[in-house]
Design a protein around this ligand. Structure first.
Ligand SMILES: [Zn+2]
Ligand SMILES: [Zn+2]
Length: 157
């Protein structure tokens, strides 16, 4: 997502908080700044770690209270890859239809978009009498390192 896209998304989230009469504490500000300054997918624990680099006082509780607000606002999407933890994606505001491939070991995530896949999904839906509203494809796979070494040294989380 472009930087201006991120800034726009951040502003929309601030407006969303305003409609909920939620106070913008410095902890929450640090979390929001973190989320809207990355295009990486993150877990709650990663968000906590990154936010603490901005503001040491950010607590785990505030991160866990802020995440549902982010997903409710529609600007951050929760993703379940069948792991013990969820991932959060800050890139949907600009790219609502992108897909993901994830390494089953190190959790490396790569995004991709494909007109071909979109067309196939449209064709199938049409055949079944449906109209596509949203689509997302999640592929769990083995990354290059996992294939070569049998394990990934660097876990993304
Ligand atoms: Zn993504
Ligand atoms: Zn891997």
């Amino acid at each position: 997502m472009s930087l201006t896209g991120k800034q726009a998304a951040k502003k929309r989230f601030m407006d969303f908080l305003g409609t909920r009469n939620l106070r913008l504490t410095s902890q929450r500000q640090a979390i929001i700044d973190t989320v809207f300054n990355t295009d990486k997918h993150f877990t709650a624990e990663q968000l906590l770690e990154w936010s603490r680099e901005r503001d040491q006082s950010v607590s785990r509780a505030t991160v866990y209270r802020t995440l549902p607000l982010l997903t409710e606002s529609g600007l951050v999407r929760e993703m379940d890859f069948g792991k013990d933890y969820k991932f959060y994606d800050p890139n949907y505001a600009d790219h609502p239809n992108h897909n993901h491939i994830i390494c089953q070991d190190c959790d490396k995530i790569v995004e991709f978009e494909s007109d071909k896949i979109a067309k196939i999904e449209e064709r199938i839906s049409h055949k079944l009498g449906f109209t596509v509203k949203t689509q997302r494809l999640q592929i769990t796979a083995t990354c290059e390192e996992l294939k070569r070494m049998g394990t990934c040294k660097k876990k993304a989380c």
